[in-house]
Design a protein around this ligand. Structure first.
Ligand SMILES: Cc1ncc(C[n+]2csc(CCOP(=O)(O)OP(=O)(O)O)c2C)c(N)n1
Length: 364
């Protein structure tokens, strides 16, 4: 196992063929479904980025280049398994067919936002989709997922947990605490470190990435650790499936480093041209995961450029229709919103006196 933490597991070769012992042998239908979910995620990101620039929301975060990380994992997991994601795994919700309208309502904090404007835009939450409320405190996903997995095992619940954090977040104590508990209690959990090489403006070397791979940090804990090409849909699917089977058999945690690249800014508040070469996106280390899967399908003889263009058109239509519906419920800029008095609701079962006083004083 040890070498797998330092290597890079890949399935797609330079000619877009699926090769080697990690080939998951997925059907054409599964691969096309994966391609569609990745394209849908990218189309969603693109519309919401534009919406932010139009003032319809205050903030947005794209996952461009990292679509395979979330989509392939969601497809390898069972739909009931519990995900503890960060703000860059919207592909999990898309792949689990969660409503784009609900996601947009949250981003717009409009009158239909189930979270009532109490979370930052993109901090989705869906019990139905097994998507734990996104925590803005980096690294917490790992501790939460390990605790949840320990509880699940102790109750003989067949569901396992999966968590995602960025390589920058491995510098947080939560990463190390979670590895300790996962290893000691053999929690049924998949711990994913998404190494997109940048933590806002800090290169991964600042988090110690130049000394050892992020996957190799699991070895000292006795946790099987794999380093995988995160832009290779088939490889991500294969390692997630392998880790999920281990967890389900009671064999405990797996640490997976997904080597990828954040192709765009950290968020709409960031300008990456200030700290990394402008040419980075043109060279796109490891290649575009969507183009690679599309090329692979073409190499199998079941896909063409025309089919790809048609799929892009279809997903754009789906996203645009969802956008029109969500915007009819309001955006940050205009339309209906929740009443301001709602800020006093839902925190306490019985409103304490100081809040009752503030509500009365506010005149809302
Ligand atoms: C505990 C904590 N420290 C700092 C921040 C501020 N912050 C938000 S995102 C971010 C960078 C995270 O980088 P990484 O973990 O590599 O994830 P990526 O954004 O690349 O997906 C920082 C420092 C935070 N949200 N929480």
């Amino acid at each position: 196992m040890r070498a797998l933490a330092f290597d890079l597991i890949r399935v797609l070769d330079e000619n877009h063929r699926a090769v080697g012992e990690w080939n998951p042998h997925l059907t054409d239908e599964t691969l096309v479904a994966g391609l569609r979910a990745m394209l849908l995620t990218r189309a969603y990101d693109s519309r919401m980025m534009r919406a932010q620039r139009q003032g319809k929301t205050s903030f947005y975060m794209k996952s461009t280049g990292e679509e395979a990380v979330a989509v392939a994992a969601a497809m390898a997991l069972n739909s009931q398994d519990m995900c503890f994601p960060t703000y860059r795994q919207q592909g999990l919700l898309v792949a689990r067919d969660w409503s784009l309208v609900e996601m947009m309502n949250q981003v717009y904090s409009n009158s239909h936002d189930r979270l009532k404007g109490r979370q930052m835009p993109v901090f989705y939450s869906s019990r139905e989709a097994g998507f734990f409320s996104i925590s803005g405190n980096l690294g917490t996903q790992f501790s939460q997922a390990v605790g949840w997995a320990m509880a699940s095992a102790s109750e003989s619940d067949p569901r396992i947990a999966a968590a995602w954090i960025g390589e920058g977040a491995t510098a947080e104590g939560d990463f190390h605490h979670a590895l300790t508990f996962a290893s000691v209690y053999q929690a049924p959990v998949i711990l994913n470190v998404v190494n997109n090489q940048w933590a806002i403006s800090s290169f991964s070397g600042i988090a110690g990435g130049e000394r050892a791979t992020f996957a190799s940090r699991g070895i000292g804990h006795g946790i099987p650790s794999l380093r995988v090409d995160g832009n290779d849909f088939l490889a991500v699917h294969a390692v997630t499936d392998w880790a999920a089977k281990r967890a389900r058999m009671g064999l405990g945690p797996t640490l997976i480093e997904l080597f990828t690249y954040r192709a765009e800014g950290h968020s709409t508040s960031d300008d990456p041209t200030r700290y990394r070469p402008n040419t980075d996106t043109a060279t796109w280390p490891l290649g575009d995961p969507i183009a690679r899967l599309s090329d692979h399908l073409a190499s199998r003889g079941c896909w063409s450029a025309a089919m790809h263009t048609e799929l892009e058109r279809e997903v754009k239509e789906v996203v645009d229709a969802a956008g029109r519906e969500s915007e009819s419920f309001g955006t940050l800029k205009e339309g209906s919103r929740l009443p301001a008095s709602s800020i006093f609701e839902d925190v306490y079962k019985i409103m304490p006196p100081h809040l009752r006083d503030q509500l009365a004083e506010s005149g809302l």
